[in-house]
Design a protein around this ligand. Structure first.
Ligand code: ZN
Length: 105
C-alpha cells in the first residue's frame, strides 16, 4: 500500500475555492490561462468543480505523491478538466478530453 500524504485541510479547501474563482475570472476575460493545461480546451466554469467531466479541477503540476511539500503551493496549481486530471493520474500529461484510450484497449 502506497503511503498517502494527500491531506484535506480547511486551508486546501480555501485554496481550491480561490483557484477556481481565479480561473473563472480569467475565463470571463477570455484568457487562455483559464483553459485546461492538459488538453488546452475550455473548462466549464458554470459547473461546480469536480461535478462533471468538463468541470474545473485543481491539478498539481508536480504530483502530491512525489512532492507533498508542494501540495498547498499555488505556483504548483494548474487549471484542468476533472476528466483530464483523472485520466492523468500521476503520470505525465498526455491524455485530453475525448482522447482517452478505452478500457478494453
Ligand atoms: Zn482537459
Amino acid at each position: 500500500m502506497a503511503s498517502r500524504v494527500r491531506t484535506n485541510t480547511r486551508r486546501m479547501h480555501k485554496l481550491r475555492d480561490e483557484f477556481f474563482e481565479q480561473g473563472k475570472l480569467l475565463n470571463t476575460a477570455g484568457d487562455v490561462d483559464a483553459d485546461c493545461w492538459l488538453c488546452k480546451e475550455g473548462i466549464d466554469y458554470d459547473a461546480d468543480p469536480g461535478s462533471t467531466p468538463a468541470s474545473h479541477n485543481l491539478d498539481h503540476f508536480f504530483s502530491v505523491d512525489d512532492y507533498p511539500e508542494l501540495q498547498e503551493d499555488p505556483t504548483n496549481f494548474r487549471h484542468s478538466h476533472t476528466l483530464c486530471n483523472q485520466a492523468r493520474g500521476k503520470n505525465a500529461p498526455s491524455l485530453g478530453l475525448g482522447d482517452a484510450v478505452p478500457d478494453w484497449w
